[in-house]
Design a protein around this ligand. Structure first.
Ligand code: 13P
Length: 137
């Protein structure tokens, strides 16, 4: 499974702790991240991560493009809801694409924990449900 990991600056410590705690689950998957988040996860959580541009330079859009191509299967995006971001349209576009393509997305630590545990238990049925709906259309 391809998983994107993204965090705004004030949430970076959270995503590092999350990545360290769930290292054994995450290390079984292909990880992708925006620039600075990816660098810190690789250094501090010892995980192999394919890095895109930093968010403000287009990293969210690069991950969005993977979602549009059905090449990203899960997104962990710890947004900072209390700080204005210069690339707010890119952030909204990424979250919108998750909904368009039915990609599970966690925007905070609490949901990310539920999602990663479900992943570890192989609880995800959403792809089968989507396939069934497509066949009925
Ligand atoms: O801005 C971001 C997501 O919108 C994250 O970018 P960085 O990981 O490069 O800090």
């Amino acid at each position: 499974m391809n998983i994107a990991l993204i965090a705004h600056d004030k949430k970076k410590d959270d995503i590092i702790r999350f990545s360290q705690k769930y290292h054994s689950v995450l290390s079984k998957h292909e990880l992708f991240a925006t620039g600075t988040t990816g660098m810190r996860i690789a250094d501090e959580a010892d995980l192999k991560v394919t890095r895109f541009q930093s968010g403000p330079l287009g990293g969210d859009q690069q991950i969005g493009s993977k979602i549009a191509n059905e090449e990203m299967h899960m997104v962990v995006f710890f947004r900072d809801p209390l700080t204005a971001q210069p690339h707010e349209p890119d952030i909204s576009a990424l979250l919108r694409l998750c909904d368009v393509h039915q990609i599970p997305v966690a925007t905070n630590l609490a949901m990310a924990e539920i999602m990663i545990q479900a992943l570890d238990h192989k609880d995800f049925e959403w792809k089968n449900i989507i396939e069934k709906n497509r066949k009925q259309e």
